[in-house]
Design a protein around this ligand. Structure first.
Ligand code: GLY
Ligand code: MN
Length: 462
Protein backbone atom coordinates (compact mmCIF):
# COMPACT_ATOMS: atom_id res chain seq x y z
CA UNK A 1 0.00 0.00 0.00
CA UNK A 2 1.00 3.62 -0.39
CA UNK A 3 1.24 5.87 2.64
CA UNK A 4 -2.17 6.37 4.31
CA UNK A 5 -2.01 10.11 3.54
CA UNK A 6 -2.34 9.40 -0.18
CA UNK A 7 -5.65 7.53 0.29
CA UNK A 8 -6.92 10.17 2.72
CA UNK A 9 -6.17 12.95 0.22
CA UNK A 10 -7.87 11.08 -2.61
CA UNK A 11 -11.05 10.57 -0.59
CA UNK A 12 -11.02 14.18 0.65
CA UNK A 13 -10.93 15.45 -2.90
CA UNK A 14 -13.74 13.10 -3.82
CA UNK A 15 -15.90 14.42 -0.97
CA UNK A 16 -15.14 18.00 -1.93
CA UNK A 17 -16.13 17.45 -5.56
CA UNK A 18 -19.18 15.24 -5.09
CA UNK A 19 -20.39 17.57 -2.30
CA UNK A 20 -23.29 15.52 -0.87
CA UNK A 21 -24.85 12.07 -0.55
CA UNK A 22 -23.42 8.63 0.00
CA UNK A 23 -20.73 7.08 -2.17
CA UNK A 24 -20.90 3.31 -2.33
CA UNK A 25 -17.95 1.19 -3.47
CA UNK A 26 -17.66 -2.55 -3.96
CA UNK A 27 -14.52 -4.62 -3.96
CA UNK A 28 -14.36 -7.88 -5.92
CA UNK A 29 -15.62 -11.25 -4.71
CA UNK A 30 -13.72 -14.43 -5.32
CA UNK A 31 -15.16 -16.13 -8.36
CA UNK A 32 -15.34 -19.93 -8.55
CA UNK A 33 -13.61 -21.63 -11.48
CA UNK A 34 -15.70 -24.77 -10.95
CA UNK A 35 -16.58 -24.95 -7.24
CA UNK A 36 -16.46 -22.35 -4.46
CA UNK A 37 -13.16 -23.49 -2.97
CA UNK A 38 -11.33 -23.38 -6.31
CA UNK A 39 -11.50 -19.74 -7.41
CA UNK A 40 -10.00 -17.86 -10.35
CA UNK A 41 -7.03 -15.69 -9.52
CA UNK A 42 -8.34 -12.84 -7.36
CA UNK A 43 -7.84 -9.31 -8.70
CA UNK A 44 -9.20 -6.41 -6.64
CA UNK A 45 -11.24 -3.70 -8.34
CA UNK A 46 -8.95 -0.86 -9.39
CA UNK A 47 -11.08 2.00 -8.10
CA UNK A 48 -11.38 0.21 -4.75
CA UNK A 49 -7.59 -0.10 -4.68
CA UNK A 50 -7.22 3.54 -5.62
CA UNK A 51 -9.31 4.90 -2.73
CA UNK A 52 -8.88 2.20 -0.07
CA UNK A 53 -5.75 0.21 -0.99
CA UNK A 54 -7.24 -2.99 0.50
CA UNK A 55 -6.30 -5.96 -1.64
CA UNK A 56 -8.49 -8.85 -0.52
CA UNK A 57 -11.97 -10.15 -1.40
CA UNK A 58 -15.47 -9.42 -0.11
CA UNK A 59 -15.28 -5.77 0.90
CA UNK A 60 -17.50 -2.77 0.42
CA UNK A 61 -17.08 0.82 1.52
CA UNK A 62 -19.23 3.84 2.08
CA UNK A 63 -18.35 7.50 2.22
CA UNK A 64 -21.15 9.52 3.76
CA UNK A 65 -20.25 13.03 2.66
CA UNK A 66 -22.95 14.83 4.66
CA UNK A 67 -21.94 13.16 7.93
CA UNK A 68 -18.25 13.01 7.05
CA UNK A 69 -18.05 9.26 7.74
CA UNK A 70 -15.97 6.63 5.98
CA UNK A 71 -16.63 2.97 6.73
CA UNK A 72 -15.17 -0.19 5.21
CA UNK A 73 -17.43 -3.25 5.47
CA UNK A 74 -16.01 -6.76 5.64
CA UNK A 75 -15.79 -9.75 7.93
CA UNK A 76 -12.89 -10.65 10.18
CA UNK A 77 -11.64 -14.21 9.99
CA UNK A 78 -13.00 -16.75 12.45
CA UNK A 79 -11.46 -20.05 13.59
CA UNK A 80 -12.91 -21.94 10.57
CA UNK A 81 -11.19 -19.48 8.20
CA UNK A 82 -7.95 -19.50 10.19
CA UNK A 83 -7.68 -23.29 9.73
CA UNK A 84 -7.66 -22.88 5.94
CA UNK A 85 -6.17 -19.40 5.48
CA UNK A 86 -4.07 -18.81 8.57
CA UNK A 87 -4.49 -15.86 10.89
CA UNK A 88 -5.13 -12.49 9.26
CA UNK A 89 -4.80 -8.99 10.72
CA UNK A 90 -8.20 -7.56 11.63
CA UNK A 91 -10.05 -5.52 9.03
CA UNK A 92 -9.66 -2.43 11.22
CA UNK A 93 -5.87 -2.82 11.39
CA UNK A 94 -5.68 -3.18 7.62
CA UNK A 95 -8.10 -0.31 6.98
CA UNK A 96 -6.08 1.99 9.24
CA UNK A 97 -3.30 1.61 6.67
CA UNK A 98 -5.52 3.61 4.31
CA UNK A 99 -6.50 6.12 6.99
CA UNK A 100 -9.94 4.53 7.55
CA UNK A 101 -10.87 4.56 11.23
CA UNK A 102 -14.15 2.68 11.15
CA UNK A 103 -14.99 -0.80 9.91
CA UNK A 104 -18.14 -2.89 10.25
CA UNK A 105 -19.31 -6.41 9.41
CA UNK A 106 -20.68 -6.85 5.90
CA UNK A 107 -24.21 -7.51 7.12
CA UNK A 108 -24.40 -3.89 8.36
CA UNK A 109 -24.01 -2.46 4.88
CA UNK A 110 -27.67 -2.86 4.00
CA UNK A 111 -28.88 -0.95 7.05
CA UNK A 112 -26.40 1.87 6.38
CA UNK A 113 -27.49 2.27 2.77
CA UNK A 114 -31.21 1.94 3.50
CA UNK A 115 -31.02 4.55 6.26
CA UNK A 116 -29.30 6.96 3.89
CA UNK A 117 -32.01 6.42 1.28
CA UNK A 118 -34.72 7.01 3.90
CA UNK A 119 -33.06 10.31 4.76
CA UNK A 120 -33.33 11.25 1.08
CA UNK A 121 -29.61 11.05 0.36
CA UNK A 122 -28.43 10.33 -3.16
CA UNK A 123 -26.42 7.09 -3.41
CA UNK A 124 -23.54 7.44 -5.88
CA UNK A 125 -22.08 4.31 -7.44
CA UNK A 126 -19.96 3.36 -10.44
CA UNK A 127 -21.04 1.08 -13.30
CA UNK A 128 -20.68 -2.55 -12.16
CA UNK A 129 -18.85 -4.87 -14.57
CA UNK A 130 -19.44 -8.03 -12.54
CA UNK A 131 -22.95 -9.48 -12.42
CA UNK A 132 -22.68 -10.20 -8.68
CA UNK A 133 -21.93 -6.52 -7.96
CA UNK A 134 -24.89 -5.51 -10.08
CA UNK A 135 -27.09 -7.95 -8.18
CA UNK A 136 -25.93 -6.57 -4.84
CA UNK A 137 -26.66 -3.02 -6.01
CA UNK A 138 -30.11 -4.07 -7.18
CA UNK A 139 -30.88 -5.60 -3.78
CA UNK A 140 -29.44 -2.74 -1.72
CA UNK A 141 -31.08 0.01 -3.72
CA UNK A 142 -34.32 -1.84 -4.35
CA UNK A 143 -33.91 -1.40 -8.08
CA UNK A 144 -34.49 -3.75 -10.97
CA UNK A 145 -31.30 -5.51 -12.14
CA UNK A 146 -31.84 -4.07 -15.62
CA UNK A 147 -32.05 -0.43 -14.54
CA UNK A 148 -28.86 -0.35 -12.45
CA UNK A 149 -26.88 0.99 -15.40
CA UNK A 150 -29.32 3.91 -15.82
CA UNK A 151 -28.76 4.94 -12.20
CA UNK A 152 -24.98 5.15 -12.16
CA UNK A 153 -23.53 8.44 -10.96
CA UNK A 154 -22.08 10.47 -13.82
CA UNK A 155 -20.65 12.98 -11.32
CA UNK A 156 -18.80 10.17 -9.56
CA UNK A 157 -17.48 8.73 -12.83
CA UNK A 158 -16.26 12.16 -13.89
CA UNK A 159 -14.41 12.79 -10.66
CA UNK A 160 -12.88 9.31 -10.43
CA UNK A 161 -11.66 9.66 -14.02
CA UNK A 162 -10.23 13.11 -13.30
CA UNK A 163 -8.28 11.80 -10.31
CA UNK A 164 -7.10 8.47 -11.68
CA UNK A 165 -6.05 9.96 -15.05
CA UNK A 166 -3.24 12.01 -13.53
CA UNK A 167 -0.58 9.79 -12.01
CA UNK A 168 1.46 10.92 -9.03
CA UNK A 169 5.15 10.08 -8.61
CA UNK A 170 4.43 7.10 -6.36
CA UNK A 171 2.24 5.60 -9.07
CA UNK A 172 4.87 6.19 -11.74
CA UNK A 173 7.40 4.36 -9.52
CA UNK A 174 5.02 1.38 -9.44
CA UNK A 175 4.62 1.51 -13.21
CA UNK A 176 8.39 1.58 -13.57
CA UNK A 177 8.56 -1.65 -11.54
CA UNK A 178 6.07 -3.30 -13.91
CA UNK A 179 8.18 -2.08 -16.83
CA UNK A 180 11.40 -3.56 -15.57
CA UNK A 181 9.66 -6.95 -15.48
CA UNK A 182 8.32 -6.31 -18.98
CA UNK A 183 11.87 -5.64 -20.14
CA UNK A 184 12.90 -9.08 -18.99
CA UNK A 185 9.79 -10.69 -20.51
CA UNK A 186 10.39 -9.11 -23.90
CA UNK A 187 14.12 -9.63 -24.17
CA UNK A 188 13.65 -13.27 -23.13
CA UNK A 189 11.03 -13.76 -25.86
CA UNK A 190 13.45 -12.22 -28.37
CA UNK A 191 16.17 -14.68 -27.48
CA UNK A 192 13.73 -17.60 -27.73
CA UNK A 193 12.23 -16.68 -31.12
CA UNK A 194 13.80 -19.49 -33.14
CA UNK A 195 12.26 -21.70 -35.81
CA UNK A 196 10.87 -24.91 -34.31
CA UNK A 197 9.91 -23.35 -30.97
CA UNK A 198 6.19 -23.29 -30.08
CA UNK A 199 4.57 -19.96 -29.25
CA UNK A 200 3.34 -21.52 -26.00
CA UNK A 201 6.88 -22.31 -24.87
CA UNK A 202 7.74 -18.62 -25.03
CA UNK A 203 4.45 -17.67 -23.38
CA UNK A 204 5.17 -20.07 -20.51
CA UNK A 205 8.62 -18.63 -20.01
CA UNK A 206 7.63 -14.96 -20.05
CA UNK A 207 4.53 -15.39 -17.90
CA UNK A 208 6.75 -17.27 -15.43
CA UNK A 209 9.06 -14.24 -15.32
CA UNK A 210 6.14 -12.03 -14.24
CA UNK A 211 5.13 -14.50 -11.52
CA UNK A 212 8.68 -14.99 -10.31
CA UNK A 213 8.89 -11.25 -9.60
CA UNK A 214 5.70 -11.33 -7.50
CA UNK A 215 3.83 -9.72 -10.40
CA UNK A 216 0.80 -10.83 -12.39
CA UNK A 217 -0.02 -10.25 -16.03
CA UNK A 218 -1.76 -6.99 -16.81
CA UNK A 219 -3.80 -8.76 -19.55
CA UNK A 220 -3.79 -12.15 -21.31
CA UNK A 221 -0.63 -12.42 -23.39
CA UNK A 222 -0.84 -11.93 -27.15
CA UNK A 223 2.11 -13.78 -28.63
CA UNK A 224 1.61 -14.99 -32.17
CA UNK A 225 3.00 -15.41 -35.65
CA UNK A 226 -0.48 -14.38 -36.81
CA UNK A 227 -0.08 -10.79 -35.68
CA UNK A 228 -2.76 -9.67 -38.14
CA UNK A 229 -5.27 -11.03 -35.60
CA UNK A 230 -5.19 -8.14 -33.17
CA UNK A 231 -6.13 -9.89 -29.92
CA UNK A 232 -4.90 -13.39 -30.73
CA UNK A 233 -4.66 -15.56 -27.63
CA UNK A 234 -3.92 -18.84 -29.45
CA UNK A 235 -0.39 -20.02 -28.70
CA UNK A 236 -0.24 -23.38 -30.46
CA UNK A 237 1.75 -22.47 -33.59
CA UNK A 238 5.30 -23.53 -34.18
CA UNK A 239 7.63 -20.66 -35.18
CA UNK A 240 8.88 -20.72 -38.76
CA UNK A 241 11.76 -18.92 -40.40
CA UNK A 242 10.46 -15.95 -42.37
CA UNK A 243 7.51 -15.21 -40.06
CA UNK A 244 7.16 -12.23 -37.76
CA UNK A 245 6.33 -12.84 -34.11
CA UNK A 246 4.18 -10.23 -32.36
CA UNK A 247 4.61 -10.17 -28.59
CA UNK A 248 2.09 -7.89 -26.87
CA UNK A 249 2.41 -8.60 -23.16
CA UNK A 250 2.77 -6.89 -19.85
CA UNK A 251 3.22 -7.37 -16.15
CA UNK A 252 1.37 -5.60 -13.38
CA UNK A 253 3.31 -4.64 -10.29
CA UNK A 254 2.48 -6.02 -6.84
CA UNK A 255 0.32 -2.95 -6.33
CA UNK A 256 -1.38 -3.68 -9.67
CA UNK A 257 0.02 -0.95 -11.89
CA UNK A 258 0.26 -2.11 -15.49
CA UNK A 259 2.73 -2.19 -18.33
CA UNK A 260 1.66 -2.98 -21.91
CA UNK A 261 4.50 -3.41 -24.39
CA UNK A 262 4.55 -4.78 -27.93
CA UNK A 263 7.51 -5.82 -30.01
CA UNK A 264 7.52 -7.55 -33.39
CA UNK A 265 10.48 -9.75 -34.06
CA UNK A 266 11.80 -11.75 -37.01
CA UNK A 267 11.80 -15.48 -36.28
CA UNK A 268 15.37 -16.68 -36.56
CA UNK A 269 16.93 -13.23 -36.40
CA UNK A 270 16.68 -11.69 -39.88
CA UNK A 271 13.97 -9.48 -41.38
CA UNK A 272 13.23 -10.02 -45.10
CA UNK A 273 13.42 -6.87 -47.24
CA UNK A 274 9.63 -6.81 -47.52
CA UNK A 275 9.25 -7.06 -43.72
CA UNK A 276 11.90 -4.44 -43.11
CA UNK A 277 10.12 -1.94 -45.39
CA UNK A 278 6.86 -2.26 -43.47
CA UNK A 279 8.64 -2.41 -40.10
CA UNK A 280 10.45 0.88 -40.73
CA UNK A 281 7.15 2.64 -41.47
CA UNK A 282 5.65 1.44 -38.18
CA UNK A 283 8.78 2.31 -36.21
CA UNK A 284 9.01 5.78 -37.75
CA UNK A 285 5.35 6.42 -36.96
CA UNK A 286 5.76 5.21 -33.37
CA UNK A 287 8.86 7.33 -32.72
CA UNK A 288 7.19 10.36 -34.27
CA UNK A 289 4.12 9.91 -32.07
CA UNK A 290 6.26 9.71 -28.92
CA UNK A 291 8.13 12.81 -30.01
CA UNK A 292 4.87 14.73 -30.52
CA UNK A 293 3.49 13.96 -27.07
CA UNK A 294 3.35 16.99 -24.80
CA UNK A 295 0.72 18.79 -22.71
CA UNK A 296 -1.88 20.69 -24.70
CA UNK A 297 -1.94 18.59 -27.87
CA UNK A 298 -4.93 16.33 -28.47
CA UNK A 299 -4.09 12.64 -28.81
CA UNK A 300 -6.53 12.45 -31.75
CA UNK A 301 -4.31 14.96 -33.61
CA UNK A 302 -1.32 12.67 -33.10
CA UNK A 303 -3.41 9.67 -34.20
CA UNK A 304 -4.22 11.51 -37.43
CA UNK A 305 -0.60 12.52 -38.09
CA UNK A 306 0.43 8.89 -37.56
CA UNK A 307 -2.32 7.67 -39.89
CA UNK A 308 -0.86 9.94 -42.58
CA UNK A 309 2.69 8.67 -41.97
CA UNK A 310 1.45 5.10 -42.34
CA UNK A 311 -0.52 5.89 -45.49
CA UNK A 312 2.33 7.77 -47.05
CA UNK A 313 4.78 4.94 -46.27
CA UNK A 314 2.41 2.50 -47.94
CA UNK A 315 2.14 4.84 -50.91
CA UNK A 316 5.94 4.82 -51.25
CA UNK A 317 5.72 1.02 -51.51
CA UNK A 318 3.01 1.28 -54.17
CA UNK A 319 0.19 -0.17 -52.08
CA UNK A 320 -1.63 3.15 -51.92
CA UNK A 321 -1.92 5.94 -54.48
CA UNK A 322 -3.35 9.44 -54.81
CA UNK A 323 -3.40 12.34 -52.40
CA UNK A 324 -2.58 11.21 -48.85
CA UNK A 325 -4.59 13.96 -47.11
CA UNK A 326 -7.68 12.93 -49.07
CA UNK A 327 -6.98 9.22 -48.58
CA UNK A 328 -6.71 9.55 -44.80
CA UNK A 329 -9.79 11.76 -44.62
CA UNK A 330 -11.65 8.91 -46.34
CA UNK A 331 -10.18 6.43 -43.81
CA UNK A 332 -8.11 4.40 -46.25
CA UNK A 333 -5.32 3.70 -43.72
CA UNK A 334 -7.78 1.81 -41.50
CA UNK A 335 -7.53 -1.21 -43.78
CA UNK A 336 -3.94 -1.57 -42.51
CA UNK A 337 -4.20 0.24 -39.16
CA UNK A 338 -7.73 -0.52 -37.94
CA UNK A 339 -7.26 0.47 -34.28
CA UNK A 340 -6.43 3.58 -32.30
CA UNK A 341 -2.94 4.87 -31.57
CA UNK A 342 -3.23 4.07 -27.86
CA UNK A 343 -5.07 4.21 -24.58
CA UNK A 344 -4.62 5.46 -21.04
CA UNK A 345 -2.85 2.97 -18.76
CA UNK A 346 -2.51 2.80 -14.97
CA UNK A 347 -4.18 0.47 -12.50
CA UNK A 348 -5.93 -1.09 -15.51
CA UNK A 349 -4.18 -1.81 -18.74
CA UNK A 350 -6.99 0.06 -20.53
CA UNK A 351 -7.35 2.45 -17.65
CA UNK A 352 -10.90 2.85 -16.34
CA UNK A 353 -12.53 1.26 -19.36
CA UNK A 354 -15.16 -0.06 -16.92
CA UNK A 355 -16.27 3.53 -16.32
CA UNK A 356 -16.94 4.04 -20.02
CA UNK A 357 -14.36 4.78 -22.69
CA UNK A 358 -16.04 8.02 -23.67
CA UNK A 359 -15.77 9.33 -20.10
CA UNK A 360 -12.04 8.57 -20.09
CA UNK A 361 -10.86 9.46 -23.57
CA UNK A 362 -13.36 12.05 -24.81
CA UNK A 363 -14.91 15.28 -23.50
CA UNK A 364 -17.12 18.19 -24.57
CA UNK A 365 -14.35 19.47 -26.83
CA UNK A 366 -13.43 16.08 -28.30
CA UNK A 367 -16.08 13.89 -29.89
CA UNK A 368 -15.60 10.32 -31.10
CA UNK A 369 -15.43 9.79 -34.85
CA UNK A 370 -17.78 7.22 -36.37
CA UNK A 371 -15.36 6.31 -39.16
CA UNK A 372 -14.14 2.69 -39.31
CA UNK A 373 -10.79 2.50 -37.51
CA UNK A 374 -10.82 6.05 -36.14
CA UNK A 375 -13.88 5.07 -34.07
CA UNK A 376 -11.70 2.62 -32.10
CA UNK A 377 -9.45 5.37 -30.79
CA UNK A 378 -9.87 4.90 -27.04
CA UNK A 379 -8.30 8.19 -25.97
CA UNK A 380 -8.59 11.35 -28.04
CA UNK A 381 -8.62 14.37 -25.74
CA UNK A 382 -5.99 16.93 -24.80
CA UNK A 383 -2.93 15.58 -23.02
CA UNK A 384 -2.07 16.70 -19.51
CA UNK A 385 1.06 16.21 -17.39
CA UNK A 386 0.63 12.95 -15.45
CA UNK A 387 -1.26 11.11 -18.18
CA UNK A 388 0.32 7.79 -19.14
CA UNK A 389 -0.60 6.44 -22.56
CA UNK A 390 0.34 3.56 -24.74
CA UNK A 391 1.68 4.47 -28.17
CA UNK A 392 1.05 1.47 -30.38
CA UNK A 393 0.72 1.97 -34.12
CA UNK A 394 0.70 -1.07 -36.37
CA UNK A 395 0.35 -2.27 -39.93
CA UNK A 396 -1.60 -5.47 -40.53
CA UNK A 397 -2.63 -7.40 -43.60
CA UNK A 398 -5.95 -8.96 -42.65
CA UNK A 399 -6.99 -11.22 -45.55
CA UNK A 400 -10.72 -11.15 -44.73
CA UNK A 401 -10.73 -7.34 -44.56
CA UNK A 402 -8.72 -6.96 -47.77
CA UNK A 403 -11.10 -9.34 -49.57
CA UNK A 404 -14.16 -7.54 -48.24
CA UNK A 405 -13.01 -4.08 -49.31
CA UNK A 406 -11.87 -5.42 -52.67
CA UNK A 407 -15.22 -7.11 -53.27
CA UNK A 408 -16.96 -3.87 -52.37
CA UNK A 409 -14.57 -1.93 -54.65
CA UNK A 410 -13.93 0.33 -51.67
CA UNK A 411 -11.65 3.35 -52.15
CA UNK A 412 -10.20 1.93 -55.38
CA UNK A 413 -8.96 5.44 -56.23
CA UNK A 414 -6.46 5.09 -53.33
CA UNK A 415 -5.75 1.36 -53.01
CA UNK A 416 -3.79 -0.84 -55.45
CA UNK A 417 -5.54 -4.09 -54.56
CA UNK A 418 -3.32 -6.16 -56.85
CA UNK A 419 -0.24 -5.12 -54.87
CA UNK A 420 -1.99 -5.46 -51.53
CA UNK A 421 -2.94 -9.04 -52.44
CA UNK A 422 0.77 -9.91 -52.48
CA UNK A 423 0.92 -9.15 -48.73
CA UNK A 424 -1.95 -11.39 -47.67
CA UNK A 425 0.43 -13.87 -46.01
CA UNK A 426 2.49 -11.13 -44.34
CA UNK A 427 0.92 -11.10 -40.86
CA UNK A 428 1.15 -7.92 -38.83
CA UNK A 429 3.49 -5.54 -37.06
CA UNK A 430 2.82 -3.52 -33.93
CA UNK A 431 5.28 -1.58 -31.76
CA UNK A 432 4.15 -0.28 -28.39
CA UNK A 433 5.65 1.67 -25.52
CA UNK A 434 4.10 3.42 -22.53
CA UNK A 435 4.66 7.14 -22.31
CA UNK A 436 4.29 9.59 -19.44
CA UNK A 437 3.24 13.14 -20.34
CA UNK A 438 5.61 15.47 -18.48
CA UNK A 439 5.43 19.25 -17.92
CA UNK A 440 7.25 19.96 -21.16
CA UNK A 441 7.09 16.80 -23.24
CA UNK A 442 7.14 13.10 -22.58
CA UNK A 443 9.15 10.24 -21.14
CA UNK A 444 9.01 6.60 -22.19
CA UNK A 445 8.64 4.42 -19.10
CA UNK A 446 11.08 1.61 -18.39
CA UNK A 447 14.46 0.68 -19.70
CA UNK A 448 14.59 0.86 -23.48
CA UNK A 449 13.58 -2.49 -25.02
CA UNK A 450 15.21 -3.16 -28.42
CA UNK A 451 13.06 -1.98 -31.34
CA UNK A 452 15.43 -0.83 -34.09
CA UNK A 453 15.90 -3.35 -36.91
CA UNK A 454 19.59 -3.79 -36.14
CA UNK A 455 19.03 -4.21 -32.39
CA UNK A 456 16.29 -6.78 -32.95
CA UNK A 457 18.33 -8.77 -35.44
CA UNK A 458 21.21 -8.81 -33.01
CA UNK A 459 19.26 -10.06 -29.98
CA UNK A 460 17.04 -12.56 -31.84
CA UNK A 461 20.03 -14.08 -33.63
CA UNK A 462 21.75 -14.80 -30.30
N1 GLY B 1 -2.34 -4.92 -25.03
C1 GLY B 1 -3.61 -5.15 -25.58
C2 GLY B 1 -4.38 -3.93 -25.84
O1 GLY B 1 -3.93 -2.83 -25.61
O2 GLY B 1 -5.52 -4.01 -26.25
MN1 MN C 1 -2.14 -1.60 -25.55
Amino acid sequence: MFDARIYVQRRSRLKEKIKSGLILFFGIEESPMNYQGNPYHFRQDSTFLYFFGLDFPALAAVIDIDEDKEVVFGNDVEIEDIIWMGSQPSLLVRALGAGIKKTAPLNQLEETVKKAIQKGKKVHFLPPYRPETRLKLAQLLDLDYDVIQENISKELIKEVVAQRSVKIDEEIDEMEKAHSVSYEMHTTAMRMAKAGVYEREIVGEIEGIALSHGCQLSFPTILTIDGQILHNHYHGNVLKEGRLLVNDSGAESEMHYASDITRTIPVGGKFTEKQKEIYEIVLHSQETAIHLIKPGIKFREIHLIISKIIASGLKDLGLLKGNIEDAVREGVHAMFFPHGLGHLIGLDVHDMEDLGEDHVGYDDKTKRSDQFGFAYLRFAKELQPGHVLTVEPGIYFIPALIDKWKREKKLTQFIDYERVDKYKDFGGIRIEDNVLVTEDGSRVLGKSIPKKVRELEEITAK
